[in-house]
Design a protein around this ligand. Structure first.
Ligand code: ATP
Ligand code: MG
Length: 1013
């Protein structure tokens, strides 16, 4: 081929590409040898960029094939969709081009490489944006050079014959209609009027995705069973200048044209269609021409000027409508009138003029930017669709999610970010479900925080289109998006540094475009992004460097010009400095925010702020100082979490466990103890007894290295209580007595009473619980009473609550209310409720129930006891749960339900074994034996008593041994083994030195005398 010809061919081909691309508003980025790189969506995005790209590709292939040339010309097209960063111009003159960063162009080039000649191949990502707009052929997954993982390609065969965009994107079914009852009602009423001969027009408007098409679809569903004719005309964003495009499409679909029909065949189909409305040959000729079908001689030749032809065509189309409406009620839908070409608009104007006398309902749908010329006529109703309410959105999420589970947080996120726009709800929900089905590992690898969901790819183009239409105002939207969903004029002005007039214009533009709403007047105005997703999209267009710079500037402006709000809302500054990448400054503000919230008891907020600070600390280089900082944050977080989720929740445990890992010798003793005590308290409450004991022992070791009574008191408290619950009564007593000697009642108590109980109150209360099982009932009662009266003296609610609650435990052990003249359970419950001592309320309900039941009010008692047990479970208060189950078992048995009693005891014993809680274990066996005797299962009862005796002896728990011995002695007595019974009981009773007026000892004495006789 001679070079001249070649040049000509190349220039023809380039012109052909350039013309087509321009028509679809694409951008020729560069010519590379025989290739061209084209962008759609840059510099101006459209919601249908993917579709534009494919249409352009198909047209380029067709146009180049049709080029006249003496060589064979072939084209291959590859299309991919994704984000790229378009940088500055590089180079100069003709070789100037824009720097592009991103994988997408590479993928498109590779797909072009695998395309057959004259075929358009698209990537999977592009396909997802196209619905059913095109007929495609799956080329399968291929390994492409430079592309990670196999990539799936699709060959585009041709545009599909579909009924409009809405149908193309909903081939697989609609989300069931939510709400919109009233609107549907209005449409149905207008339809009945129309049917009776009073034609109606309904102008249905609303922002993109609000549900205009869905509502018309709902009407069509409702009318499915009624005889009527439908004419649906769809405008298209790429055909705003193609005369009568929506009408042509409607006729082609109605006639049933196929893509490979010969013109002849199409004419036959058209004739068949037109015969139904007895169309004249002249009219048919006009319509055939409108459809660009050649007149093969079947119609008369028309000698018309082009204005005449236009006029006659419109007349024909109007008369088609009147004819059809005479045969049947007619429902006409004119979709997306904002994209209508001028001729179609004129046509519908003429139809609207005729409508009052026709059996026609015409529904025109459009977005707010369109102003329909027909408003104001009596038979024209305007209907604007509003956003859905929160409950409706929730219902929509359910319907989209089907049986897949969405966490409450995600659901809230979706509701918050989609602002009641059904399209956003659908797409966000689908995107979330998709992301959710990725493995958790993938997600962490990609570091997608669950609360910052990305804008779904399916919405990206339409949101970007809205921003790109703004011109220079887009930058203001971007800056606003960095400030937040809402921002004040003053702050924006300070950050933007542009002349006020220019800023004002840009803001007006944003408001006019429906992206912002304004409250008040500048300079006191504030602005709100109407859609959270528009804000997200605008923010998403900012590159990282620019974002960081903006956030840093916003932070500075706050500090310098709005110092007041810094004090009240440090979290805002914290957020901006976090996003600015200035972790150290941000940590300080998060900490302030957390502490400020803690002071206002806004515990959930405090926990959120402090957690953010902790996450940032983790990004700093490791050092001792970093650990100290994290530790103090974890401690503050501990208070917030404990108040928020309960002092024994898994979350609280997590915080203290982490805090303990951060301990080293450089940490002040007081803080070390606070951490260990915090951790121990969670563990002992949750009945993680082994670990609680280990923490106690670590504390003892630390305290031993320092001469500090406070630390020693805490360490002995922990170890003492852990030993007690594990049944080492004597060792427990030693530790607790040490605390009492360090801090006698009335001694200056240096404890920080905010987080704990008074040392003396605490240790005396717990000491009583070791004294009683060990066989010192009188000393136990005295210690308990002393601790209670001291607690009341210092009027410290946590101490009083503690003394009352564990006083109840003592009453439970004793089997009678020995404290406060028998009024204990009533007082305890009242006090805990009055002071809102959440941790103690379940126990006080339980013990009040126990007291009632022991007095004979069994039903009410059992209810309260169950209530208390369930309440304790809810706050993970597992400590002493076996004892409580034991008490409940006995009550059930005494009410005649031995089976229930035995079941509860089995549960209690299992729990005691699992948790190593031995404090009440001997009693559990004994109670089991007692209930078995009631059921005449004496052999088993005897075994149970043996177990009880063995346990009691092993623990040196004389009171439990005395009780077991009495139970066994009674059994033997009834079997005639009186001597044996006496010999068992006598030495145990003989051991006692006090408490001879208690029930246990009085009964033992009576029994012994009876056995001697
Ligand atoms: N009330 C609703 N109940 C359930 N789904 C709905 C409801 N309204 C809208 N949808 C769904 O939300 C999506 C967007 O609705 P639709 O396409 O009807 O919006 P539109 O107003 O026609 O938007 P456009 O201006 O882009 O044409 C669709 O998938 C639709 O099925
Ligand atoms: Mg629509």
């Amino acid at each position: 081929m001679d070079p001249e010809d070649l040049r000509e061919v190349i220039s023809a081909y380039q012109k052909c590409v350039a013309d087509t691309v321009r028509h679809y508003d694409g951008f020729v980025a560069k010519y590379m040898g025989d290739g061209v790189l084209v962008y759609f969506g840059y510099p101006q995005a459209h919601e249908d960029d993917a579709e534009r790209a494919v249409r352009a590709g198909l047209e380029i292939v067709a146009a180049i094939t049709a080029l006249k040339s003496n060589v064979l010309l072939q084209t291959r097209v590859g299309i991919a969709t994704g984000l790229v960063v378009v940088g500055d111009l590089i180079g100069s003159g003709a070789s100037q081009e824009q720097a592009i960063v991103g994988e997408t162009p590479n993928l498109a080039a590779r797909l072009q490489g695998i395309a057959e000649p004259n075929v358009v191949v698209i990537a999977e990502g592009t396909r997802k944006l196209l619905g059913n707009l095109f007929e495609l052929e799956d080329l399968g997954a291929k390994d492409l050079k430079g592309i990670a993982g196999p990539a799936r390609g699709w060959a585009v065969l041709r545009p599909a014959s579909i009924e409009g965009r809405f149908d193309a994107f909903h081939a697989t079914g609609l989300t069931e209609l939510v709400g919109r009852e009233e609107e549907l009602e209005i449409l149905l009423r207008r339809w009945s009027k129309a049917k009776s001969g009073e034609g109606q027009v309904v102008l249905l408007s609303g922002e993109p995705g609000i549900g205009k098409s869905r509502l018309t679809a709902a009407l069509l569903e409702r009318l499915a069973a009624e005889p009527h004719t439908r004419l649906r005309n769809f405008c298209s964003p790429q055909h705003t200048d193609s005369a009568l495009y929506p009408i042509i499409g409607q006729i082609e679909r109605a006639a049933g044209f196929r893509h490979n029909d010969a013109p002849q065949a199409k004419l036959d189909k058209l004739d068949a269609l037109l015969a139904q409305s007895s169309t004249s040959p002249n009219d048919a000729a006009l319509l055939a021409e409108m459809l660009s079908l050649p007149n093969d001689g079947r119609y008369p030749g028309l000698e018309l000027t082009s204005p005449e032809r236009r006029e006659k065509t419109l007349e024909t189309l109007v008369s088609q409508v009147t004819t059809v409406a005479r045969q049947n009620p007619l429902l006409m839908i004119f979709e997306d009138a904002h994209w209508a070409d001028p001729t179609s608009l004129e046509l519908f104007g003429r139809i609207a003029d005729k409508i009052p006398n026709l059996r026609v309902l015409l529904i025109v749908t459009y977005r707010p930017e369109f102003n329909p010329p027909w408003i104001g006529r009596p038979y024209v109703a305007a209907l604007t669709l509003n956003r859905l309410g929160g409950r409706e959105v929730d219902a929509m999420i359910d319907r989209v999610a089907g049986n897949k589970h969405l966490s409450v947080d995600l659901r809230q996120d979706i509701i918050g970010r989609t602002d009641g726009i059904p399209l956003f709800v659908e797409e966000m929900t689908k995107a979330v479900l998709e992301a959710d089905s990725q493995s958790a590992a993938e997600r962490t690898a990609a570091a997608i925080p669950s609360s910052a969901l990305a804008v779904p790819a399916t919405l990206h183009a339409s949101l970007m289109a809205r921003l790109d239409r703004l011109g220079p105002a887009k930058e203001i939207a971007q800056i606003g998006s960095a400030i937040g969903r809402e921002f004040s004029h003053a702050l924006l002005a300070a950050v933007v540094s542009k002349p006020e007039a220019e800023l004002g214009l840009a803001l007006d533009r944003l408001i006019a475009a429906g992206l912002l709403s304004r409250q008040g007047l500048p300079p006191h105005a504030s602005y709100l992004f109407k859609h959270a997703l528009v804000q997200d999209a605008a923010y998403g267009t900012l590159l990282r460097g620019r974002r960081q710079e903006l956030h840093a500037r916003i932070g500075k402006v706050f500090e310098q010009q709005f110092p007041d709000s810094v004090g009240i809302q440090p979290e805002i500054l914290a957020h901006h400095y976090t996003e600015a990448g200035l972790a150290e400054i941000a940590i300080g503000y998060w900490q302030n925010a957390g502490e400020y919230a803690l002071r206002r008891s806004a515990n959930a907020e405090a926990a959120a702020h402090l957690s953010k600070a902790i996450a940032l600390v983790a990004t700093l280089p490791a050092s001792a100082a970093r650990n100290r900082e994290e530790l103090s944050l974890q401690m503050a977080l501990g208070s917030a979490i404990r108040a928020n989720t309960g002092h024994a929740s898994a979350e609280t445990l997590h915080v203290y466990t982490r805090a303990r890992e951060l301990l080293d010798d450089s940490v002040p003793l007081k803080e070390q103890m606070a951490v260990l005590y915090g951790l121990w308290a969670v563990d002992v409450t949750r009945a993680n007894n082994e670990r609680a004991l280990e923490v106690g022992q670590q504390s003892l070791a630390i305290a031993a290295r320092h001469d500090d009574s406070e630390a020693s008191a805490f360490a002995n408290r922990m170890t003492g209580v852990s030993r007690l619950v594990m049944g080492d009564f004597a060792v427990a007593a030693e530790h607790l007595e040490r605390v009492v000697t360090l801090f006698e009642p009335g001694a200056p108590n240096v404890t920080d009473l905010r987080y704990s109980q008074d040392h003396a109150v605490f240790s005396l209360t717990m000491l009583a619980l070791t004294l009683f099982p060990r066989g010192y009932p009188q000393q136990a009662a005295i210690a308990s009473a002393k601790s209670l009266s001291w607690a009341h003296r210092i009027e410290h609610a946590m101490s009083v609550g503690f003394a009352l609650s564990f006083g109840s435990v003592l009453n439970g052990f004793v089997g009678a209310d020995v404290l406060e003249g028998g009024q204990h359970s009533v007082r305890a419950l009242a006090y805990c409720v009055e002071h809102d001592l959440k941790a103690y309320i379940p126990w006080s309900r339980f013990y009040h129930g126990l007291a009632l039941a022991r007095r004979g009010e069994i039903r009410q008692g059992i209810d309260l006891m169950n209530d208390g047990i369930a309440g304790a479970e809810r706050i993970s208060m597992n400590m002493l749960q076996p004892a409580h189950l034991g008490h409940l078992a006995l009550i059930h048995a005494s009410a005649g339900d031995q089976e229930a009693g035995l079941r509860l005891l089995d549960q209690a014993v299992r729990m005691a074994k699992e948790t190593e809680e031995r404090v009440f274990e001997a009693e559990l066996y004994r109670l089991r034996g007692e209930i078995l005797i009631q059921s005449q299962r004496t052999a088993e009862a005897e075994t149970a008593f043996y177990s009880a005796l063995a346990q009691a002896r092993q623990r040196q728990a004389m009171m439990w041994e005395l009780r077991s011995a009495m139970s066994m002695a009674r059994l033997w007595r009834d079997q005639g083994k009186r001597q044996q019974a006496h010999d068992l009981l006598a030495p145990v009773y003989g051991w006692f030195t006090e408490g001879f007026d208690t029930l246990d000892l009085k009964e033992a004495k009576a029994l012994l005398e009876q056995l001697k006789a």
